[in-house]
Design a protein around this ligand. Structure first.
Ligand SMILES: Cc1cc2nc3c(=O)[nH]c(=O)nc-3n(C[C@H](O)[C@H](O)[C@H](O)COP(=O)(O)OP(=O)(O)OC[C@H]3O[C@@H](n4cnc5c(N)ncnc54)[C@H](O)[C@@H]3O)c2cc1C
Length: 392
C-alpha cells in the first residue's frame, strides 16, 4: 500500500521505540519474546497489518515437526549428511524451546500432543528407498522407525501405501492458541494491530510509516515471511510467495494417530482431537497460480484435496467438508530461511523464508535473529542472508 501526499507524516501520531517488530505471526511474536528476554528494560513495538495470526501462522496445519523424512533425504542431497543433521536438529531445538518457554507443561492450553509423525511411501520403489533412508537417519542419530503397510492402515487409516517412516518426537498444536499463549507472555511489547507498514527509511534511526502512524525506532525487525515482497519488491526473487490450501471435514471417528506426509503430492494430513480430518497440499498441481499473495482457495487444488479425502482413507467416503482456506508461505531457492541485516537499510534485521515449516522453525530462528543483533556470527551459515545478497 502506498501513502498519499495528503496523508503526510506531519499529520500522524508519532511513536518512539527501541525495537520495532513488523509482522504479527509466530516469527514476529517470537522475536518480541526473545527481545524482551535479552533487553528487559527496552521498549518494543510490534505492528501487524490485520490481526495477530492473520497470515500463515493462523492458517497452518499445526504440525510442530522437523519435516518429512523425504525432506531429510533432500537435505542430505543438497547439503551433505553433516549439515542435514544440523538442520534437522535446529527444528528439534525449536520444538524443545516451544515446549520449555511457551507450553511449560500446559499442553491443554495450546492442544499440544507429542504424537510423532509419519512419511508414507506410495509405491514399492519408494518404500525400498525409505528402508535405506531410515537406516541412514538412524546411523546419524535420528530416532526413526520403519512401519509396514498393515501399521499404516491401522494407525493412519490410509489405503494403498506400502510402508513408511515414523519419527517419534514430533508433535501437533492448535496454532492460534499457541500464538495467544505466546502473546500473553509479552510484558514490554506494545502490540498494534490493523496498521500496515507502507514505508521504511533508515539513516541512523529506522523510520516507518503506516497510514496513521510515524514510528521511529533504534532497530527494526522485519518478520513478514511470504509477504516480504509486498513491502520490498526486489526481495520477491529471494522469498517467493507460495499459497498453501487446506480442507477440514466434519468430526469423524478417531483413526489417525498423528501428522502424516505424502510427499509425492506435497500432501499432508492430521486428525484433530475432536475428530475433524485436516488435509492440505497439492500445490504442485498448479504451481504458477499458487505463486500468489492472494489467500483465496482455487477449484483445482480444492478438488484434489476433496478427491484425496474421499478416496485414500477407509472411513471418509461420506465425509462432509466443513472448512476450506489457504495461506501464504515464503520460499527461498534453497528451501532454507534467511536471517540477517537487510542490506538496503541500516539497523534493519530480518527473518523470512520458512517454507511450509514455520511452526517447526520460527521460535528458534527468532532467538538466533535476536542474538545476531550484536553478534552476526550467531547465524548458522545455511541461514545467513549473505548467500542471497548477489541476487538483489
Ligand atoms: C496451509 C498452510 C499449512 C501449513 N502447515 C504448517 C505446519 O503444519 N507446520 C509448520 O511448521 N508450518 C506450516 N505452514 C507454514 C507456516 O504457517 C509458516 O511458515 C509460518 O506461519 C510463517 O510465520 P511468519 O510469522 O513468518 O509469517 P506470517 O504468519 O505470514 O506472518 C506475517 C504477518 O505479517 C503481516 N504483514 C504483512 N505485511 C505487513 C506490513 N506491511 N505491515 C505490518 N504487517 C504486515 C501479515 O498480516 C502476517 O500476519 C503452513 C502454511 C500454510 C499456508
Amino acid at each position: 500500500m502506498s501513502i498519499s501526499y495528503w496523508n503526510s507524516a506531519n499529520n500522524k501520531k508519532k511513536i518512539e521505540t527501541d525495537f520495532l517488530v513488523i509482522g504479527g505471526g509466530i516469527a514476529g511474536l517470537s522475536s518480541a519474546y526473545w527481545l524482551e528476554k535479552k533487553y528487559p528494560t527496552s521498549k518494543i513495538t510490534l505492528i501487524e497489518r490485520y490481526k495477530i495470526g492473520s497470515g500463515a501462522s493462523g492458517r497452518n496445519a499445526g504440525f510442530v515437526t522437523c519435516g518429512s523424512s523425504e525432506h531429510f533425504a533432500k537435505l542430505v542431497k543438497d547439503f551433505g549428511a553433516e549439515k542435514a543433521v544440523e538442520i534437522w536438529k535446529f527444528s528439534e531445538q525449536n520444538r524443545e524451546l516451544v515446549k520449555s518457554e511457551i507450553i511449560k507443561g500446559n499442553v491443554d492450553k495450546v492442544l499440544f500432543a507429542n504424537t510423532g509423525s509419519c512419511t508414507v511411501a506410495a509405491s514399492d520403489a519408494d518404500f525400498a528407498r525409505y528402508i535405506a533412508l531410515a537406516d541412514t537417519m538412524s546411523k546419524l542419530g535420528i530416532d526413526v522407525e520403519l512401519i509396514n503397510e498393515a501399521k499404516i492402515t491401522s494407525d493412519y487409516a490410509v489405503k494403498g501405501f506400502k510402508g513408511g517412516i515414523e519419527y517419534i518426537h514430533d508433535g501437533v498444536v492448535h496454532p492460534i492458541l499457541l500464538l495467544k499463549e505466546l502473546r500473553s507472555l509479552l510484558k514490554n511489547t506494545e502490540v498494534i494491530e490493523d496498521q500496515e507498514i507502507c514505508k521504511m527509511e533508515s539513516e541512523s534511526n529506522v523510520v516507518c510509516e503506516t497510514q496513521h502512524l510515524l514510528i521511529q525506532s533504534q532497530k527494526g525487525l522485519v518478520t513478514l515471511n511470504g509477504y516480504l515482497g509486498l513491502l520490498w519488491p526486489n526481495w520477491e526473487k529471494v522469498v517467493r510467495p507460495q499459497r498453501g490450501q487446506v480442507i477440514v471435514t466434519e468430526p469423524l471417528p478417531k483413526r489417525v494417530k498423528g501428522p502424516c506426509y505424502l510427499t509425492k503430492h506435497l500432501c499432508y494430513f492430521r486428525q484433530m482431537p475432536t475428530g475433524e480430518l485436516l488435509i492440505g497440499g497439492f500445490r504442485n498441481l498448479d504451481l504458477d497460480n499458487e505463486n500468489t499473495y492472494n489467500d483465496q482457495v482455487s477449484d483445482k487444488i480444492q478438488n484434489a484435496l476433496f478427491d484425496f479425502t474421499k478416496n485414500f482413507f477407509d472411513f471418509t467416503s461420506q465425509a462432509k467438508i466443513r472448512n476450506q482456506w489457504s495461506g501464504i508461505m515464503g520460499f527461498t531457492p534453497d528451501g532454507q530461511m534467511i536471517i540477517g541485516e537487510a542490506p538496503q537499510f541500516k539497523n534493519v534485521h530480518m527473518m523470512a523464508g520458512c517454507s511450509g515449516h514455520g511452526m517447526g522453525l520460527s521460535f528458534h530462528a527468532a532467538k538466533v535473529l535476536v542474538e545476531s543483533l550484536d553478534n552476526a556470527a550467531a547465524i548458522p551459515s545455511h541461514l545467513s542472508i549473505n548467500r542471497y545478497l548477489a541476487m538483489l
